[in-house]
Design a protein around this ligand. Structure first.
Ligand SMILES: [Zn+2]
Length: 259
């Protein structure tokens, strides 16, 4: 599942491709917006907040979310698409390029003033210009009994972290993912680490995980085999799916919390 850094870099690519240029074609392949036509409109900017992407004109904001499989690709006009056309959900083109959103989890056309309905509930954006560590800390500590491995995934606390980075952040801070938020020795340092990890992934790709998906490989610190565990229940209300439950850690460097 794409995380905040992927969305951030996607926004950069789409900004280069679309911003400051007039649309010569818009093709919404989702029933609800099938009749929307933005031909002749100028794309003024492209931005992201957490895992949400916004392509803006003066009046509207096209909100998209990659969810599990979504991907944006940019092609020169006339170039053959590198993914199945049937999975395209949105095509935006100008004189030079075609930007195609494949398998997008969400496509929505909002008025600019309505963007807050999508992101208003989210915590501070780890990759945003107004990153606010104190506010992230305040939100995390509202539920002190919650395991940190789940709290980091909750976009209402910090926006942008997914399954990969929560494992990495816990490893770097030597915190077992099941540790209740309120029992963590230095929570501000963990929040800062989250900011640092996401920033590095976004600005210095490619970034390679140390523990994520590395079951049975040696921990680079102590040599103990990395292990994985399912954390939390499948909970639609919590938006945690089976696929997101697996978390990776070193059982020696990250000892389980004492009950
Ligand atoms: Zn270790």
């Amino acid at each position: 599942m794409p995380e905040g850094d992927t969305v951030f870099r996607t926004a950069e690519r789409l900004r280069t491709a679309l911003a400051g240029k007039t649309l010569t074609r818009s093709d919404f392949r989702v029933p609800r917006y099938a009749t929307v036509d933005l031909v002749g409109d100028l794309i003024t900017e492209v931005g992201s907040y957490g895992k949400h992407l916004f392509i803006r004109t003066d009046q509207v904001s096209i909100h998209t979310h990659l969810k599990m499989e979504g991907q944006w690709r940019v092609f020169h006009c006339g170039q053959r698409w590198t993914k199945p056309p049937v999975t395209a959900r949105l095509v935006l083109a100008n004189d030079e390029v075609e930007a195609v959103g494949f398998a997008l989890g969400k496509v929505q056309v909002l008025r600019r003033a309505e963007e807050h309905t999508v992101i208003g509930h989210l915590g501070p954006d780890l990759l945003g210009p107004n990153w606010d560590a104190a506010e992230a800390l305040r939100r995390l500590t509202e539920y002190p009994r919650r395991p940190i491995g789940l709290a980091l995934l909750d976009q209402r606390n910090l926006a942008g972290i997914g399954n990969i980075y929560r494992s990495e952040i816990c490893f770097l801070r030597r915190v077992h993912p099941a540790t209740p938020v309120g029992d963590i020795d230095d929570l501000p340092a963990l929040v800062d680490e989250s900011h640092r990890v996401l920033g590095k992934a976004a600005h210095e790709p490619p970034w390679r995980p140390i523990v994520y998906s590395r079951t049975r490989r040696p921990c680079p610190r102590c040599g103990t085999a990395i292990t994985s565990q399912l954390l939390g229940e499948d909970d639609p209300a919590d938006r945690i799916t089976q696929r997101e439950r697996g978390i990776y850690f070193c059982p020696r460097c990250q000892p389980p919390p004492t009950p």
